[in-house]
Design a protein around this ligand. Sequence first.
Ligand code: CO8
Length: 373
Amino acid sequence: MHSVVISGTGLFQPPHTITNAELVEAFNRYADLQNEVHAQAIEAGERTALQHSSVEFIEKASGIRQRYVMEKTGVLDPQRMHPRFEERRDDQLSLMAEIAVAAANEALQQAGKTGADIDMVLCAASNMQRAYPAMAVEIQQALGAGGYGFDMNVACSSATFAIEQAVNAVRCGTAQCVLVVNPEITSAHLEWRDRDCHFIFGDVCTAILVERADTACSKNVWEVLGTQLATQFSNNIRNNFGFMNRSEDADRDARDKTFRQEGRKVFKEVVPIAAAHIASHLERLGYAPTQVRRYWLHQANLGMNQLVLKKLVGDATEDRAPLILDEFANTASAGSIIAFHKYREDLSQDDIGVICSFGAGYSVGSVVVRKRS
Ligand code: CO8
């Protein structure tokens, strides 16, 4: 069995920002237009008028102040309300692969490696832009990597679940250097016309390099002490988009074919699951939650993270659990990895940290790391 480390991370940040003010203005114009079109039905009581969204509600309920997106004109067009992407030819690099390669290059540079050093690629995200060939295989080729690659989807927990697969492969010797990428183009499957969730998500891509400790030459190396995953079925976060839609004669634009959730139930049910999961993982490894220097938590909701922290250590400071969702919004599986990428330089040798994600499934995944150098 080999000792395993995380030796590099990378972040691709999309070129466009949408502030809450811009988002709410576009949504409210859409709502007014819809209410005008359906004025008679609303008047007759056959239809409910759409209500305005508000910046104050979004910031108070979620902590989100803005989000990055790959394309913003389509999202902010009240006649469209989703991004505008050009279809690419089969011989062009696909969009998910493009942002994955950008994030991967930063992780490789940090780790002092090249694409040729990689012998396994995991593309782990909450949606794939096509059925096959696997995104991971396209990314493998674009980077000049060897070995093999495959895609996996565990919604918001895709990154931590992939890290466990990477760690196990390296520990057992079936791979030496694994690239995990999380290209999250959430803007393409968010329902921007739904006031309850239009503010939640942002686009991004993260990358993590997992390799054998004895091959790592990076200045910033994190030993993986353990991983722990759990799932428990729930319909409270769901998206029914899929390859059966056509044969079911289903409306592919229907509300259930994009992200939907019972946000309040998710909040109440997932907080105790996540806190208990982290506590049990740490106990298994012989640590108390207060011995953890930093928690890089899933970034869905500020209040949720504060409650998880309070349950674990009794208080919730930005130093103990840094927040990135104010700038990035919820970036599905990439959130905890962005926090790890941006907020780990200040830790000292032997400090313990926990990367933890939670979300649809329900699913929860934790990775306990120790700073080596
Ligand atoms: N503006 C103004 N008012 C609003 C708005 C708005 N935009 N939205 C709702 N309201 C109103 C409601 O109508 C309600 O009014 P009333 O009291 O009169 O009924 C009131 O505000 C309160 O509404 P809620 O109860 O819904 O508000 P909450 O305080 O619960 O906040 C949140 C809503 C922010 C959604 C919160 O519940 C939350 O963050 N929950 C946790 C969600 C979560 O963690 N989800 C995880 C999903 S991510 C995941 O697993 C990955 C999935 C794959 C990615 C898909 C990408 C597209």
